[in-house]
Design a protein around this ligand. Structure first.
Ligand code: BT5
Length: 258
């Protein structure tokens, strides 16, 4: 394996052996004033987490990292960073996968290879008293050498999909480079190019899906991603509903959470 690459300009890496959660450490550092571009990476996590306190399995060998940003934006615009991060992870790992694998983006925050989860993203932010974003932490979990056995969901890793020999540090450096490119596009042209690229790679776009949120299910066609990052669901009666949070399942599938 080649030497660990440096991070691109604008990113400052802090590496740890074991952390409870890189997001928790990044939030602590952000509250203490750590600058934009700080990256917190751990070899493994003892209490890695996803949305709603779900557990993120975090054995050594995979990528666990959190990026601190201080964007001058509204909370609504901050949500765009989940899509920018997903595209950047896609760009970072896609060149290493065998061509016969299909890498898709799942609303709002997952990456799937042939339908199996390879990565999850967790955005956490704190607002200023005036309402703007004080800081934003983007947590990335990418399965590189291993993937957990989890009842009801399929998982995979970069190695399982053909990318042997790639280290977490290589994936992180590639992520940072791609993230900078997508962020520059967004600041120049707004959310439109990110939205278009994300939709073109989205799992289940244009398909019948079931959305599960807060114990309730809603069925419809996944017709769009709107300017705020909401999934637009067309119901049977033709009405369109904006979904801000929840889990998406293909219609008529075995439905566990994602
Ligand atoms: C996510 O949550 O997918 C976001 C995960 C973010 C993890 C990163 S790691 C670095 C940083 N520090 C943290 O503490 N977190 C972030 P969600 O959509 O809620 O999905 C969680 C679900 O994914 C779990 O309930 C499992 O079903 C599944 N899962 C857990 N570990 C997994 C893994 N390693 N690979 C694939 N799926 C996993």
């Amino acid at each position: 394996m080649t030497a660990a690459p440096d991070m691109p300009a604008g990113f400052e890496l802090r590496s740890y052996d074991v952390l409870a959660s890189t997001n928790d450490e990044a939030k602590r550092l952000a509250a203490e004033g750590a600058p934009e571009g700080t990256l917190v990476q751990a070899t493994s996590q003892s209490m890695g987490h996803g949305r709603q306190g779900r557990r993120w399995e975090s054995p050594a060998g995979n990528l666990y990292c959190s990026l601190i940003l201080r964007p001058a934006c509204s909370p609504g615009e901050a949500a765009h960073y989940a899509f920018i991060a997903a595209l950047a992870i896609r760009d970072a790992i896609a060149p290493f996968l065998n061509a016969d694998h299909e890498l898709r983006l799942k609303w709002p925050n997952d990456l799937l290879v042939d339908g199996a989860k390879i990565s999850g993203i967790l955005l956490e932010s704190v607002l200023r008293p005036g309402g703007g974003v004080e800081w934003l932490v983007i947590g990335l979990g990418v399965n590189i050498v291993s993937h957990p056995d989890i009842p009801d969901i399929r998982t995979t890793s970069v190695h399982a999909a053909g990318g042997a020999g790639i280290s977490p540090r290589h994936v992180l450096a590639a992520f940072c480079a791609a993230f900078a490119v997508w962020r520059a596009r967004q600041s120049q042209f707004g959310f439109a190019p990110v939205r278009r690229a994300w939709l073109a790679a989205a799992q289940d776009a244009g398909q019948p899906v079931r959305i599960r949120h807060g114990g309730e299910d809603m069925d419809g066609i996944f017709v769009d991603l709107d300017e705020s990052g909401a999934l637009v669901l067309e119901l049977e009666n033709g009405m369109r509903k904006r979904i801000m949070a929840g889990d998406v399942f293909p219609a008529q599938s075995q439905m566990a959470h994602s």
